[in-house]
Design a protein around this ligand. Structure first.
Ligand code: MN3
Length: 199
């Protein structure tokens, strides 16, 4: 059985970038619902599927039984994506990465500012609901709905940004670009760098 992970900070910790109200609804409401529906989908399935680690469950999404494939895609994806999203943010976040991650980003994008501009463009341009990712090989990718790079068999992403309206609408209304711009102030680059160096 999957369960809702605790946030590594309080609901109000990311204010003013993300309000207490959004964090509470997003974590205790939306994320909890993904966990509950994932558990419902797996109930009655063989132990092999129930016991399979989430990353492997999602990597093998196309081989799952028809009857649960869409539910696991949406809700297992939602659980995985949000579990990462909470961790890539911190009340002490912001600034720029340092060390090997900083060097690698500069090598690939020429500067952190250029990387930030490209990531922001992908996030503002994504139509509808979805996510923007910094993948393990430092590419910028988007995915619709609750899809995740690991569903294509790729390595786990380093960083993800939720651009579903539920992530910002209460605070920013239709101004997605303002949410994205503010979000850079809460990115936990230390956490992202640890993921980068652990791969
Ligand atoms: Mn969300």
């Amino acid at each position: 059985m999957y369960s809702l992970p605790q946030l590594p900070y309080s609901y109000e910790a990311l204010e003013p970038v993300i309000s207490r109200e959004i964090m509470r609804l997003h974590h205790a409401g939306h994320h909890q619902a993904y966990v509950d529906k994932l558990n419902q989908a797996l109930a009655g399935q063989p132990d092999e599927l129930k016991d399979r680690p989430l990353v492997q469950l999602l990597a093998g999404i196309d081989e799952l039984p028809n009857s649960i494939r869409t539910a696991v895609r949406n809700n297992g994806g939602g659980h995985y994506n949000h579990s990462l999203f909470w961790q890539v943010m911190s009340p002490n976040g912001g600034g720029e990465p340092v060390g090997k991650l900083a060097q690698a980003i500069e090598q690939k994008y020429s500067s952190f500012a250029a990387f930030k501009a490209q990531f922001t463009e992908a996030a503002t341009g994504l139509f509808g609901s979805g996510w923007v990712w910094l993948t393990a090989d430092l590419s910028i990718e988007t995915s619709p709905n609750q899809d995740s790079p690991i569903m294509n068999g790729a390595a786990e992403p380093l960083l993800g940004l939720d651009v579903w309206e539920h992530a910002y609408y209460l605070d920013y209304k239709n101004k997605r670009a303002d949410y994205i711009e503010a979000w850079w102030d809460v990115i936990d680059w230390e956490f992202v760098a640890e993921r980068f160096q652990a791969k």
